[in-house]
Design a protein around this ligand. Structure first.
Ligand SMILES: *[C@@H]1O[C@H](CO)[C@@H](O)[C@H](O)[C@H]1NC(C)=O
Ligand SMILES: *[C@@H]1O[C@H](CO)[C@@H](O)[C@H](O)[C@H]1NC(C)=O
Ligand SMILES: *[C@@H]1O[C@H](CO)[C@@H](O)[C@H](O)[C@H]1NC(C)=O
Ligand SMILES: [Cu+2]
Length: 164
């Protein structure tokens, strides 16, 4: 039966999908600039180890600095090691925990160019849990839903193969 090969393919495709990292463009279409509420941008998202953050901005107008919690609160740039300035800065979230990013240009940070996220351990053997958020929100919800849906499909596919 032709459907068996198809179901096996679906199974492996779903495993691949469920472990695929998500690439986030910070601020989505607005990018990294003054006037975007990054607290709101983060609110409906769940970040996992392996996901990436891409900061998009006009080179020279802004930058990206990873800071600690206290510096984030006060918009301080006490350690500028690792300052990113390319305008197309990609950060891979390598470890779980809180991460803080600010723009060090002029008073942009106090004007709201600051981003704090919480990175969760990546799910390896279990399906990615649905983040606690409401329906009809952003793409992150849809991607997570898709991951979970994929696991259900994969389970059904295996079940069918066993029965066949
Ligand atoms: C994320 O970006 C990396 C490199 O830019 C790429 O290799 C990978 O396929 C992307 N992942 C997704 C899910 O788009
Ligand atoms: C950003 O949005 C959050 C949540 O809606 C709100 O509490 C906060 O006051 C906003 N910040 C600014 C600078 O508007
Ligand atoms: C400054 O930041 C870099 C990169 O984040 C870090 O490796 C280094 O330990 C920091 N230095 C101090 C004195 O905190
Ligand atoms: Cu800036």
């Amino acid at each position: 039966m032709a459907s068996k090969a198809f179901l096996i393919a679906v199974f492996f495709a779903m495993i691949a999908t469920s472990t695929m990292a998500t690439n986030y463009t910070v601020g989505d279409n607005a990018g990294w600039k003054v006037g975007v509420n990054y607290t709101e941008w983060v609110a409906d998202k769940t970040f996992y180890v392996g996901d990436t953050l891409m900061f998009m901005y006009n080179k020279g107008s802004h930058d990206v600095l990873k800071v600690n919690g206290p510096d984030f609160q006060q918009c301080l740039k006490s350690n500028t090691t690792g300052l990113l300035v390319s305008g197309n800065d990609v950060i891979t979230l390598a470890k779980p925990g809180k991460k803080w990013y600010i723009c060090t240009v002029a008073d942009h940070c106090t004007k709201g160019m600051k981003l704090v996220i919480n990175v969760l351990e990546a799910a390896t053997t279990a399906p990615t849990p649905l983040p606690p958020q409401t329906l009809g929100s952003s793409g992150a919800y849809e991607i997570s839903s898709f991951k979970s849906f994929g696991w259900i499909l994969a389970a059904l596919a295996v079940f069918k193969i066993i029965l066949a």
